[in-house]
Design a protein around this ligand. Structure first.
Ligand code: NAD
Ligand code: DAO
Ligand code: ZN
Ligand code: ZN
Length: 369
């Protein structure tokens, strides 16, 4: 079949709306009609050329929701008409990682996904016979996408897809990092670096966990109002202080925070986030994705004296078993999504969504197909 998709032809180039050929789903694959997709900072990161796994030409997008249009041979867990969220972190329930009970990083399709290909090593997208690569196993910037069965969460049929698409990445990542990775407890003091979709979701998760104090940090003060709405008790702009931000936070909190979260992808702030943690027990969670080749550093004594450095991917959430519960938590009012949707537009305007993100004017733009 043919459909419209936003194609990333090369790093730093605007996306171009093209008519692409989409091949039928093969064994273990599913054709999804996309209804909505968010635009995440990670899409911009890959488009910038900074992503070591970035491959071009590709169809980006990984924060989508849609409806099953067709299934390939052997697909048993999904049927035509099911409502689904594509997962950039698959869940096969069979690999060593899935069976470990210790991680959500299923490896079933990891190798080919990282190469922009389906599990059989080929692409389902092409233009004039030339293959176009998949992205993160999702490629949601397309009217239709072919996704591995193990990379699809079946969700409640009544969930509004134009909202719950954001559970495909940003909101789940932030809430999950608090509840699964850090396991923030009631009364804890939390610092959140970066107030985009991820950081605001961390704040939402911290409030759900009953954190006592939530310190929101950003250089763009227009983000502070929403941070407060989600539960931030203090908002700090590092540019307003001469002292390093970690010192400012330590001074504000009688020795440091119990938990900090880096939601920017800046290695200097990853250090600040670790060093603003309380001696003896403070834990810092890295969520932000840093540019190719960048490295983090701190004095080892920071760790010797009890601070802990961790990372979190997709909030530690197992997509097929746990994401449907997140969707239901939205439907029953436990998770907020609506305020994150600051803009909506059609696929033809998708480059505006990237501009709004770079200008710091949007939290999430949702593309409606
Ligand atoms: P975003 O661009 O919407 O938000 C980033 C925020 O950081 C902005 O509000 C910006 O003003 C702020 N910021 C930038 N520089 C700053 C500085 N020097 N000091 C303080 N604040 C600063 O991005 P997002 O969509 O929220 O994504 C955030 C990060 O999380 C990205 O690196 C993204 O790739 C990553 N991410 C990781 C995962 C994961 O599973 N680990 C999932 C999704 C996104
Ligand atoms: O299993 O080796 C692996 C990696 C799985 C992908 C995890 C990606 C998490 C961070 C990328 C940002 C997501 C939008
Ligand atoms: Zn994302
Ligand atoms: Zn697995």
């Amino acid at each position: 079949m043919k459909c419209k998709a936003a194609v990333a032809w090369g790093p730093g180039q605007p996306l171009k709306i093209e008519e692409v050929d989409v091949q039928d789903p093969q064994a273990g694959e599913v054709l999804v009609r996309m209804v909505a997709t968010g635009v995440c900072h990670t899409d911009a990161f890959t488009l910038s050329g900074e992503d070591p796994e970035g491959i071009f030409p590709a169809i980006l997008g990984h924060e989508g929701a849609g409806i099953v249009e067709a299934i390939g041979e052997g697909v048993t867990s999904l049927s035509v008409g099911d409502h689904v969220i594509p997962l950039y972190t698959a869940e096969c329930k069979e690999c060593k990682f899935c069976l470990s009970g210790k991680t959500n990083l299923c490896q079933a399709v990891r190798e080919t996904q990282g190469k922009g290909l389906m599990p059989d090593g080929t692409s389902r997208f092409s233009i004039n016979g030339e293959p176009i690569f998949h992205y993160m196993g999702c490629s949601t910037f397309s009217e239709y996408s072919v996704v591995a069965e193990v990379s699809l969460a079946k969700i409640h049929v009544d969930a509004p897809l134009e909202k719950v698409c954001l559970l495909g990445c940003g909101i789940t990542t932030g809430i999950g990092a608090v509840l699964n990775t850090a396991k923030v407890e009631e009364g804890a003091t939390v610092a959140v670096f970066g107030l985009g979709g991820i950081g605001l979701s961390v704040i939402q998760g911290a409030r759900m966990a009953g954190a006592g104090r939530i310190i929101a940090i950003d250089i763009n003060e227009s983000k502070f109002e929403m941070a407060k709405q989600f539960g931030a008790t203090d908002c700090v702009n590092p540019k307003k202080f001469d002292a390093p931000i970690q010192q400012v936070i330590v001074d504000m909190t009688d020795g440091g925070v119990d938990y900090s979260f880096e939601c920017i992808g800046n290695v200097d702030l990853m250090r600040s986030a670790l060093e603003c943690c309380h001696k003896g027990w403070g834990e810092s969670i890295i969520i932000g994705v840093a540019g190719a080749g960048q490295e983090i550093s701190t004095r080892p004594f920071q760790l010797v004296t009890g601070r802990v450095w961790k990372g979190s991917a997709f909030g530690g959430v197992k997509g097929r078993s746990q994401l449907p519960g997140y969707v239901e938590d939205y439907m029953n009012g436990k998770i907020e999504i609506d305020p994150f949707v600051t803009h909506t537009m059609g696929l033809e305007d998708i480059n505006n969504a990237f501009d709004l993100m770079h200008e710091g004017k949007s939290i999430r733009t949702v593309i409606l197909f």
